[in-house]
Design a protein around this ligand. Structure first.
Ligand code: HEC
Length: 135
């Protein structure tokens, strides 16, 4: 009889404990999925102009390390005057605005309009670009 209250609580407690144990793992998994999806989207929409490997020349500037970098400052890249003089730092928010309408965000840029308006796609690509910093 005395075990009863415990038994009634056992299932919810076990569930709560398992949920607590799994929460960090789930967050990690979600992050991994976001980065993997972001890489696929990046490869499909950005990679033909942008490299993420320092030793590869590409039409656009290297994007490894772009998060937190001042706009228009990757050494040796011939930026447009517009981006060279922009003066801001690439935050996730700035990257999203750029993907959405780069020619409005920095009028006079020479990057062709890509027009990625889906916030999820923007977020995944940013997650991928952020993950490059961790290497
Ligand atoms: C058709 C080629 C092309 C495509 C596609 C392209 N870019 Fe660009 N990108 C460029 C060029 C060229 C520049 C340099 C712009 C300038 O100097 O005004 C640039 C600049 C940038 C910059 C500024 C980097 C810096 O050092 O300040 C970012 C960020 C960027 N692109 C992100 C992206 C992302 C993300 C995608 C995919 C969603 C993408 N680009 C797709 C050609 C492209």
């Amino acid at each position: 009889m005395r075990a009863r209250p415990f038994r009634r609580l056992a299932a919810p407690l076990t569930f709560a404990a398992l949920a607590a144990l799994c929460a960090p793992a789930q967050a990690d998994t979600y992050q991994t999925v976001k980065v993997a999806a972001g890489k696929m989207l990046f490869d499909a929409t950005c990679h033909r102009c942008h490299s993420v490997e320092a030793d590869k020349k590409s039409y656009g500037p290297l994007l490894d390390g772009v998060v937190g970098r001042r706009a228009g400052t990757f050494e040796g890249y011939p930026y447009s005057d517009a981006l060279k003089g922009a003066g801001f730092v690439w935050t996730p928010g700035a990257l999203k605005a750029w993907m959405e309408a780069n020619d409005e965000f920095v009028p006079g840029t020479k990057m062709r309009h890509v027009g990625i308006t889906d916030p999820t796609v923007q977020e995944f690509i940013v997650a991928y670009l952020e993950s490059l910093l961790a290497k």
